[in-house]
Design a protein around this ligand. Structure first.
Ligand code: KG4
Ligand code: ZN
Length: 338
């Protein structure tokens, strides 16, 4: 059968990304990160939108060049319809629409949350793909969800955060300690030399499979304030132990909910995605869970866990196979149901 070439575009938050796929294989995966937000301690929507406008043409151009194909070989264009920041989504959506129209090829709208989950179906040497049904844990700066995935097109959110996302719990805790944005990777780094049992934080009480992280943030803030009042250098002197303890409570919260999800669904395959799955403590714990709880855990290559366009491409590919296309009057959506 004929190969399918797809150009995919992702612009839901602060990264402008484009990828080219040949069937399930990634030929190129390009991301332009926006460092401008670091100065503000978080993503500034207005700046993000403007940066997308500047980046989109060169990013798509590099993706096509790296894939070594011409635009005439493309079979379809996939793009992120949402959820995300409206001004950011609009840039990718308009670009994808114009290009699909100019090339007279199908346009495929992709749900960003589906993409984080289906990133596991990208062809990679030595990477086992999950089998349906499986549970997906999507953890990033914007999302925290447990999803029951029954097929490429059938997904049900069975748990999600009622306030902050896991990545925000990391980033806000880091900010309280005076670390720069995004603090998640720094907490991970310092935690590696610390004792996770040095300080005890308590898990929030949240029913069922839902999460809450804003109470934990407050708990950490009071803990730092109280100790800093007694010793001005408390954070500096105990950074590794504080980071290890914060990381541990977050891991404990995630594992507790996963155990409950496994008990409720009887599904023991767990696929993790989103930027926070880069966390070395979370990776280690999920690997250990294979022997400890008899789960099979799936952790994709790092470049497919953070926001990227290859994951948009794999969803577009499966839509292409199912002949599910979008109309050219489709619009971006800041919020979309699964
Ligand atoms: O998926 P992502 O790149 O963007 C979205 O938010 O969608 O995720 C970024 C988030 C940030 O909150 C960042 O601090 C967190 O992922 N993160 C980490 C680590 N690497 C990235 N958090 C903890 N440990 C890490 N190693
Ligand atoms: Zn994301």
């Amino acid at each position: 059968t004929k190969d399918t070439f797809i150009l995919a575009i992702e612009s839901s938050c602060d990264d402008t990304a484009a990828a080219v796929l040949k069937n399930s294989k990634v030929l190129s995966n390009v991301v332009a990160r926006q460092s401008i937000h670091e100065e503000y301690g978080g993503v500034v929507p207005e700046l993000a939108s403007r940066a997308h406008q500047q980046n989109i043409v060169p990013v798509v151009d590099v993706a096509l060049k790296k894939a070594n194909i011409s635009i005439n070989q493309l079979d379809a264009i996939g793009f992120t319809q949402g959820p995300g920041l409206m001004g950011s989504l609009l840039v990718g959506t308009s670009f994808a629409k114009s290009m699909a129209m100019a090339l007279n090829i199908p346009l495929i709208a992709v749900n960003h949350m589906h993409a984080h989950i289906l990133a596991h179906f990208i062809d990679e040497e030595g990477y086992d793909k999950p089998e349906f049904p499986f549970l997906a844990l999507t953890i990033s700066g914007g999302h925290t969800q447990i999803v029951k995935v029954s097929s490429f097109f059938d997904m049900e959110v069975i748990g999600e955060t009622t306030d902050d996302a896991v990545g925000e719990a990391f980033d806000k805790s880091a900010k309280i300690m005076g670390l720069p944005y995004p603090g998640g990777p720094l907490i991970d780094k310092y935690a590696q030399n610390g004792n996770p049992k040095a300080y005890k934080f308590t898990k929030p009480k949240v029913d069922g499979l839902d999460f809450s992280f804003s109470g934990l943030k407050t708990q950490i803030m009071y803990f730092i304030q109280k100790n800093t009042a007694e010793n001005k250098s408390f954070v500096d002197e105990n950074l590794a132990n504080i980071c290890a303890s914060i990381q541990q409570i977050i891991i404990d919260i995630l594992i507790e909910k996963l155990k409950l999800a496994v008990a409720q669904t009887g599904i023991k395959q767990i696929a993790v995605g989103g930027g926070v799955s880069a966390n070395s403590g979370i990776r280690k714990t999920l690997l250990e869970a294979q022997t400890k709880y008899g789960w099979k855990t799936f952790i994709p290559k790092f470049e497919y866990t953070t926001d990227n366009a290859a994951m948009i491409g794999i969803v577009a590919y499966h839509n292409f196979l199912a002949q599910k296309f979008s109309k050219n009057n489709i619009t971006s959506k800041a919020r979309i149901e699964m």
